[in-house]
Design a protein around this ligand. Structure first.
Ligand code: AP5
Length: 218
């Protein structure tokens, strides 16, 4: 399947993309993860992107589109993927459509995750990530066994620089202005599936799999 995960910052797109990729061996392409990797590696793209990300703004379309094109070309499965956090503007959606059409492909579904704003803020402010392997935790909803230590690799956990209160506010505003119009864009193209993202991660995953008509896992 070729799926896009759409939704406000902190809604749970990355968590569910990770779970679905593991359960169904889908390729997951997360533009946020790719950009953070470029920032860590201090590549020219990372240095350019960092200034936007730290302010909660979107990285320019041309940069992100180029990055996704490259990733889709490299992708080993090529035809099946979950796009997490891309597209995020109408021009990005149009470019994605053209790119897929050039390969005689199209999207199967766009999942629109939604939770109340108070939950978004709570999820973002409690998020912690491993500085070494990037595993994601939450201080309240999925804490590590030992505080601030990654269960997977023993690395230290840190807070994302864009998860500070003032940046969270900016990101939510940017989402409303620049990304929310994609809901209508994909609804008109009959690709949109609305998903209630509230509740425990396992419950959301089950709801998601049912909404996508995926086989029940035992
Ligand atoms: P990106 O990393 O994509 O950030 P985002 O869209 O703001 O999404 P988040 O990663 O904050 O949240 P999520 O929905 O993945 O939630 P998660 O599963 O982690 O982008 C970062 C920046 O990069 C952007 O601001 C922009 O600058 C740039 N960028 C990226 N893509 C771009 C693009 N296409 N164009 C231009 N710029 C781009 O969950 C959050 C927390 O909640 C976690 O701690 C998790 O453990 C917890 N949690 C998850 N699900 C649940 C649940 N059901 N119950 C309780 N807790 C939960």
């Amino acid at each position: 399947m070729r799926i896009v995960f759409l939704g406000a910052p902190g809604v749970g797109k990355g968590t569910q993309a990770e779970r679905m990729a593991a359960a169904f061996r889908h390729t997951k392409i997360s533009t946020g993860d790719l950009l953070r990797e470029a920032v860590r590696n201090r590549t020219p793209l990372g240095l350019e992107a960092k200034a936007y990300m730290d302010q909660g703004q979107l990285v320019p379309d041309a940069v992100v589109i180029g990055m996704v094109k490259e990733k889709l070309e490299q992708s080993t499965t090529g035809r099946d993927f979950i796009l997490d956090g891309f597209p995020r503007t109408v021009p990005q959606a149009e470019e994605l459509g053209k790119l897929l059409a050039s390969k005689s492909l199209s999207l199967d579904r766009v999942v629109n995750f939604a939770v109340p704003t108070t939950d978004l803020v709570r999820r973002m402010s409690g998020r912690r990530s491993c500085a070494k392997c990037q595993a994601v935790y939450h201080v309240e909803f999925s804490p590590p066994q030992t505080a601030d230590v990654c269960d997977r690799c023993g690395g230290g956990l840190t807070q994302r620089s864009d998860d500070k209160a003032e940046t969270i506010e900016a990101r939510l505003r940017v989402y409303d202005q620049q990304t929310a119009p994609l809901i209508q864009y994909y609804r008109e193209r009959k690709l949109l599936v609305d998903l209630d993202g509230a509740g425990a991660m396992e419950a959301v995953q089950l709801r998601l799999e049912q909404a996508l008509g995926l086989p029940v896992r035992t």
